[in-house]
Design a protein around this ligand. Sequence first.
Ligand SMILES: [Zn+2]
Length: 294
Amino acid sequence: MALSVLSGLLLASAPITPIVVAADGVLCDITRTLAGKSAKVECLIPPGADPHTLALRPTDRRALQQARLVLINGYNLTPALKRIATSAPVVAVAERAVPKASTADPHVWHDPNQASAMVATGAQALTPIVSPQERAALNRRRVAMTSVLQALQQWTGRQIESVPKPQRVLVTEHRAFSAFGRRYGVRELPVIDSYATGGILRPASLRAITEAIRQSGSKAIFAEALPPSKTLRRISRSSGLPIAKQALFADGQAPGKSLIQTATSNVCTFVLAQGGRCNQQAAAELQTRWAAIR
Ligand SMILES: [Zn+2]
């Protein structure tokens, strides 16, 4: 009896850490880094998984039911999140942060300035959820994250400048780098989205893709997973262009990597395959700064 009264008192006085669901895109790292220990952040989509075809698992539905706040990318990055069962507020972070993005490309975070805007929106959504004592620290982390993303923005620009202008073209499978392309003057050529309709690649589509790639000036084709798909290997044979040795991470964070490491890895993969140089040491310093945010 006494024990149960005591445990009841303990429960009542212990602060309850709110659960926040960070669903898709790069929100897992953004939200965890922003929240620190002030919220328990549940990430729905495993790194490397495809958000476009995701189906929610029972554990995801449970997390959504328990959440005090649900952060999704929006712009229909993950169609499975369109109708979710939760009583918590749902914030479409990319839509709110970057209201004028092209609806054809929900991957707005590949422009570090836009990732920065997502950090601001995430912080705004988290503020009423965390305890009042935690709010100053949350704001401090937001400022530190913004500063690293500004440095990422400049670092990326310098790496792209090392690529000869005719090779500033990104041949990929699906449209995911239009924000990146706009920011850095890189022409995006998403061959499957542009010339194919899904399923097996038809000969006419393959011819159109081959022609577009040959005229693009690109020195390589970029896979989004390794080993590359059969379709991409066919395109590589037909166009005579090699597939870059590293994959690009278009849909979220690379497995085991932060938002910063994913972004710098993508940039290095691109510039090295297109005849530019990549400053890996400066990239590692950005990651060190990001990882030190507490
Ligand atoms: Zn995508």
